[in-house]
Design a binder for this molecule. Structure first.
Ligand SMILES: [Zn+2]
Length: 209
């Protein structure tokens, strides 16, 4: 089991292009338009897995990301958020993991605030079984807004083995909020599972509106 309480002891055999990061908007390079991620085939979830430190759901879907085709593979959750923007850390972050035919990974991170309860999240909560993998049927592509705003940079997985070369799209205006009872449920079932922000080490971060 991943030990977040001693994350400074995690083995990083890679380098200094790690995730998550603390993004200072004033230091980013402004690009024109929204983040170029477009869903081509609905994101459907069919399996819910208790990963001990989070819930992971696997499924199918297709998206064009920076005009390249990617398959959606799995979604999982972090509380509190891993990415921090101008000192602000949202209480919840959703990671949509994608891969293309040559194995490149793109994670679309949704920074989730407290608001109205989300129905798919409630289904995930209601369907959860400790230590088990259960079948489910959910669609979640509606979580991505029509005009995603946020950031793009090159980083890593945020859990061991911390593999680098992972592309990140951090979405600050997702079309999903959770309510405080959903957040409380998650915090009661899982210890804080956010990796601390890592050094930017000279990397460029692009911002999109
Ligand atoms: Zn994650």
């Amino acid at each position: 089991m991943i030990d977040y309480a001693h994350q400074e002891q995690w083995t990083n055999g890679f380098g200094n292009q790690q995730s998550p990061i603390h993004i200072q908007t004033s230091s980013t390079a402004a690009k024109t338009g929204p983040l170029p991620v477009t869903i081509q085939s609905a994101y459907r979830l069919n399996q819910e897995i208790d990963d001990q430190t989070t819930i992971r759901l696997t499924g199918q879907g297709q998206a064009d990301i920076f005009s390249r085709p990617f398959s959606f593979q799995q979604v999982h959750f972090h509380a509190p958020a891993e990415h921090v923007i101008d000192g602000h850390q949202t209480p919840f972050e959703i990671h949509l993991v994608h891969q293309n035919e040559i194995g490149q990974l793109v994670v679309v991170a949704l920074l989730v605030e407290i608001g109205t309860a989300d129905q798919p999240c409630q289904r995930i909560i209601d369907n959860y079984a400790v230590g088990k993998t259960t079948a489910t049927q959910l669609q979640i592509d509606q979580w991505l807004p029509q005009q995603p705003a946020g950031f793009h940079y090159l980083g890593s997985l945020t859990t061991p083995p911390l593999v680098e070369g992972v592309e990140w799209l951090v979405v600050t205006n997702p079309a999903v909020t959770i309510d405080s009872s959903q957040l409380d449920w998650f915090k009661q079932h899982f210890a804080p599972n956010n990796r601390q922000p890592q050094s930017l080490a000279g990397r460029k971060v692009e911002s999109y509106q």
